[in-house]
Design a protein around this ligand. Structure first.
Ligand code: BGC
Length: 724
């Protein structure tokens, strides 16, 4: 008998749903229960032979050919936090904010495909990637894993990254659903926000990401939303995700984010992950009893299992079992380098860059002699060959699992290959730093800010004495350039003293090389900020992070930190979100506040102009215009289309409605077109329900960033309502 006869669910000619149903008919109650919960394999007394030692493991059903589910964190590369797989390095992408700074969907797809290939070759078939929580606060410790503050930009890029990852016949998640926008007290925060505003912001990012990426699974967030934990939130999971969006995949809990059996099962959760972190295993024996006693209908359990199996089948996990393979790390490092180069954002350049060869360069601070910084937490990638430097973290919620980790791509070495001479000072001795700066043609300061999952930043200032260091070095040499290796935005009281500022985020496996190539003009600066840089925390929606207690700076820390280490609230506490959908640049625009650097901003070594804007209305806005490179170097422009639209809160606000990237040779010009996603032109109407386009004239602007208009016009829209 052929396999199609004995195991008809293996017949790739049948639909995914049919294959899942054929399997379900074969499963016992115990086998079904075993598929909807799983441990962290490394915490088991005995690690199963088929566990790949990642963040999660769910045993398969060998008699039916159901493969085990092996999950790894993979936001920025195949993670290995706490080095659970001793000696297993992987290729680190730059941080999510760096990837988002590229505004390049193709690059996001390639980056996702690289991580997926590496995960697969290491024995994983589930990627815990796709982080797309909007950056509502620049101090959120996890912004570096995400894709910025705009729902369209973040949604498109996360969708492409997920599609790239899943092109390896594995499943990738999108996470953390939804509004996990602060790390402080993340398990108890109860987010309060109006539904319309939520649909127009964070939920829209997820919606776009799910449409484009078709992730096999959605990971629920830790926090509560409107009173209920996201992992048992009927509104989020049943009404929005599985109802309005008809999402066919499964919802897994975040690790330690499952809080009940019946409420969670009925609230839409399909699988309990990392179960040792929950108070009890809710989806094991307790769920079985709840099903037997009728508290959870058997059909709900069947639905949970069907969703899991259907996604595994739909994404090729059954048909192309993962196998360990050799990895071409050199090829993968090139992807990481391309992403780093595309993500570097030139914020200021007073004629200093690009640097000419033959200079004497003083390099200062940031451990630039050994490597580049990375962000902490579950996304931590351990580089191939091991970290260049690791600094233990001794206090704060992240100390249990984070180490300050540097990837071995030394900016000093890369600059040294291009300069006539380099000198280095670590920056701790001010006089020594000033002396080498004074003696050089150019001083390059690597300023850093480490951020991590589980903690937010108490301040937007660079930690320690770095502001003093920058001012002192700049006073010793007016050709001082500051390279920022930060998790997100920082304030820059020294800005006027710096001849140039390059935002390098956490630049990943080849960060040092990427930075040097850009400084010396071998790569063109093309990144644009995916997040606003405020002038001061006073300009933020919440000047202080709710729930954070400020503590003294940590004495003697090598990298200066001042994490509070104390988290006040044990019970639930509400965090109102009065900004609603006005996140980031939308908030600054509404408040008429000038940011330090606006969303969308980034300089180039050449100059672009936009000409001849023509707008077409109707069902959506279509813009045609010409981009010309009027400088004498090649470069990439990112023209951005914005509109002023009244949202659910009836206030007109600025929204990014589309963008494009144009690479042009010197003197070259090209006509391009942008078509807006109509949901960005609508107000979400909870009574319809759906996206209501008012109809009539809408003001549309072509811009080079959220505050700089290059051309403007109007389009006439048809009134219509789109499905939620
Ligand atoms: C994080 C998730 C991660 C999970 C598994 C949690 O702490 O919030 O993003 O996927 O751990 O490591």
């Amino acid at each position: 008998m052929s396999q199609a006869d004995t195991r008809p669910w293996m017949d790739a000619g049948r639909s995914h749903d049919e294959r899942a149903d054929l399997l379900i008919a074969e499963l016992s109650l115990d086998e079904m229960i075993a598929l909807v919960h799983g441990p962290m394999p490394n915490l088991l007394d005995e690690v199963p032979a088929d566990a790949a030692r990642g963040a999660g493991y769910v045993p398969g059903v060998a008699r039916l050919g159901i493969p085990p589910q092996n999950a790894t964190d993979a936001s920025l590369g195949v993670a290995n936090p706490r080095k659970v797989r001793e000696g297993d390095g992987a290729t680190a992408l730059p941080s999510g904010l760096a990837l988002a700074s590229s505004w390049d969907p193709d690059l996001a797809r390639r980056a996702g495909a690289m991580v997926g290939a590496e995960a697969r070759a290491k024995g994983f078939n589930i990627l815990l990637g796709g982080g797309v929580n909007l950056a509502r606060d620049p101090r959120c410790g996890r912004n570096f894993e995400y894709l910025g503050e705009d729902p369209l930009l973040a949604g498109v890029l996360v969708g492409e990254a997920i599609a790239g990852a899943q092109s390896n016949d594995i499943v990738c998640t999108i996470k953390h659903f939804a509004i996990n926008d602060q790390e402080t007290c993340r398990h108890v925060v109860d987010v309060q926000i109006d539904e319309g505003a939520l649909r127009e912001s964070d939920l829209l990012a997820f919606q776009i990401g799910i449409e484009r990426g078709q992730p096999g699974s959605v990971m629920s967030a830790y926090n509560r939303l409107g009173g209920d934990w996201c992992g048992e939130n009927d509104f989020l999971l049943n009404r929005v995700l599985k109802g309005d969006w008809a999402y066919p995949g499964w919802v897994m809990s975040d690790w330690g984010g499952c809080h009940s059996t019946a409420k969670a099962a009925l609230g839409g959760l399909d699988q309990e992950s990392g179960e040792q972190l929950d108070k009890q295993v809710y989806f094991g024996e307790l769920l079985k009893t709840a099903v037997q006693e009728g508290e959870v209908p058997f059909e709900r359990l069947t639905d949970m299992v069907r969703r899991i199996l259907r996604s595994l089948i739909a994404h090729g996990v059954f048909d192309r079992l993962v196998e360990r393979e050799e990895i071409d790390y050199e090829a993968h490092a090139q992807v990481a380098q391309a992403a780093a180069e595309a993500g570097l954002v030139l914020l200021r350049n007073q004629g200093l860059l690009p640097l000419a060869p033959g200079l004497k360069v003083a390099v200062i601070g940031g451990h630039a002699d050994v490597g580049v910084l990375s962000g902490g937490g579950s996304s931590q990638v351990i580089p191939v060959g091991g970290p260049a430097l690791e600094i233990p973290v001794t206090i704060g919620p992240s100390s249990a699992f984070s180490r300050i980790t540097y990837h071995p791509s030394s900016p000093l070495a890369a600059i040294g290959q291009r300069a006539a001479q380099v000198t280095y000072a670590d920056g701790r001795d001010l006089a020594a730093a000033m002396a080498i700066a004074a003696d050089a043609d150019v001083a390059v300061i690597f300023a850093e800010q480490w951020t991590t999952e589980a903690e937010d930043l108490p301040t937007l200032a660079l930690p320690g004495d770095q502001h003093t260091l920058i001012a002192a070095v700049a006073s010793a040499n007016e050709k001082t350039l500051v390279v920022l290796e930060t998790g997100g935005p920082v304030i820059m009281p020294w800005l006027d003293d710096a001849a140039a500022v390059l935002q390098a985020w956490y630049p990943g496996a080849r960060g040092g090389e990427a930075i040097a190539r850009l400084l010396f003009g071998e790569a063109e600066p093309s990144g644009r900020l995916p997040i606003s840089f405020p002038r001061s925390a006073d300009d933020l929606v919440r000047p202080e992070i709710p729930g954070m207690i400020f503590g003294p700076p940590v004495e003697g820390a090598t990298i200066p930190t001042s994490y509070p280490g104390v988290q006040q609230h044990k019970g639930r506490f509400s965090v109102p979100h009065p900004e609603g959908a006005a996140v980031g640049y939308r908030w600054f625009d509404r408040q008429q506040t000038q940011p330090l650097f606006p969303f969308g901003f980034g300089l180039s070594y050449t100059r672009f102009v936009h000409e001849n804007l023509s707008l077409e209305g109707g069902a959506t806005v279509r813009a045609r215009f010409t981009v010309a490179n009027v400088g004498d170097r090649a470069g990439v422009d990112t023209p951005q289309l914005y509109a002023r639209v009244k949202g659910a809160d009836a206030q007109p606000g600025l929204r990014l409605i589309g963008w494009t990237r144009v690479a042009l040779a010197p003197g070259e010009r090209r006509e391009v077109e942008i078509t807006a996603d109509p949901r960005l032109l609508a107000a979400y109407d909870v009574t319809a329900p759906g996206w209501r386009i008012a109809g009539g004239v809408v003001a549309v602007t072509l811009q080079s960033d959220a505050r700089t208009v290059t051309l403007s016009g109007e389009a006439e829209l048809e009134a219509r309502t789109l499905a939620p």
